[in-house]
Design a protein around this ligand. Structure first.
Ligand code: SF4
Length: 336
């Protein structure tokens, strides 16, 4: 058993987890809503600590992070469980676990061992916590990220942003780059499709932006779900105002998965939303779709293409070696 951080004992039988905005009150022997934390004899235990269910070396663009060491590879790991329950989850076999489903096979890799694996992988710039929601594996992530950073490599968290301010604050010291999934821009959408609320996600995004750590955002566009143009435009305005117009926004094409039977996002819808987003933000990308130009990086000053992407192949011919636009000298990438 690995004792969780961020919880309080309410009485002999109940504990309250304070890691994410659900603040679950958990009875003796029961799991929290994420199914990753359990009350064992009045102690909150992380049930997924060091239990690695998926591990790959991926292109950093796959996270997606387009402005953080473009063209590099990163070791990527996931456990199981999630504190959101999106009916359209694109990775539900890892995220939506419960007592009624067979246990997922895992490998026990302690933080020291993981850090060493990353350190000796010369192809990899560091470690990304991804695949399922890393927040539910908070203690392992914090300790492993600390070790990885000590070895001089980079750390990444790909998250739904549903985390309380205090644990996030601690994490900011050890995670270099975040991709936060902003699933929609109404509370109604979060309630209906993810059984959650919007405000904590917006707070997380603002806090990361304020910290100065690298931040990119992803929005999975679901037809008839979160694709209303007015709401989408409000979201883009909010991003520009709160995190800055240089925040990269990834618009991802949805396909029916898990409990959702909605038809896939029509390409025309993505192109329309791309145009709206580009009128507020300098760096907008389409993902999960073959497109000639919508995944390239254009210099916001002179308009020249500085990075060309075809799936995960990238060409940085338009950039200088220190991340400036070759044509006009504008700084494009801080982390290059
Ligand atoms: S992390 Fe899990 S147990 Fe803790 S409050 Fe969130 S959903 Fe509940």
């Amino acid at each position: 058993m690995y004792e969780a951080s961020f919880y309080s004992k309410l009485d002999k039988h109940q504990v309250q987890c304070l890691l994410c905005p659900r603040n679950c009150i958990i009875e003796e022997g029961k799991f929290g809503d994420c199914h990753a934390r359990r009350n064992r004899n009045g102690i909150l235990s992380s049930e997924v600590y060091a239990r690695i269910a998926a591990m790959e070396t991926d292109p950093i663009e796959k996270k997606p992070l387009y402005h953080f060491y473009p063209g590099s590879q990163i070791t990527s790991i996931g456990t199981s469980g999630c504190n959101l329950h999106c009916n359209f989850c694109q990775n539900h076999s890892l995220s939506q676990v419960n007592n009624r489903k067979p246990a997922i096979p895992t490998k026990n890799i302690q933080p020291e061992q993981m850090s060493e694996l990353v350190d000796t992988n010369t192809q990899s710039i560091g470690l990304a916590f991804t695949y399922n929601e890393p927040t539910v594996n908070y203690e392992y992530m914090l300790e492993t990220a600390r070790l990885v950073k000590m070895s001089g490599k980079k750390t990444v968290m790909v998250s739904n942003g549903y985390i309380n301010p205090d644990p996030l604050h601690m994490l900011l010291e050890y995670i270099d780059a975040f991709n936060i999934d902003l699933k929609g821009f109404t509370n109604e959408f979060y309630r209906k499709y993810s059984k959650a609320t919007l405000k904590p996600v917006l707070e997380t995004i603002k806090r990361i932006a304020k910290s100065g750590n690298h931040l990119e955002l992803t929005n999975l566009v679901i037809p008839m779900g979160n694709s209303d143009e007015e709401t989408f435009e409000d979201m883009c305005k909010w991003i520009a105002n709160e995190t800055g117009k240089d925040t990269p926004l990834h618009l991802s094409r949805y396909f029916p998965r898990y409990e959702s039977t909605q038809y896939p996002t029509p390409p025309e819808l993505l192109f329309d939303l791309y145009d709206i987003a580009r009128s507020y933000l300098n760096f907008v990308y389409l993902g999960n779709i073959a497109t000639e130009i919508h995944s390239n990086t254009l210099c916001p000053k002179c308009g020249k293409t500085v990075v060309e992407r075809t799936y995960y192949h990238i060409s940085t011919k338009g950039l200088t070696t220190d991340g400036l636009c070759k044509n006009c000298g504008t700084k494009i990438f801080k982390h290059y």
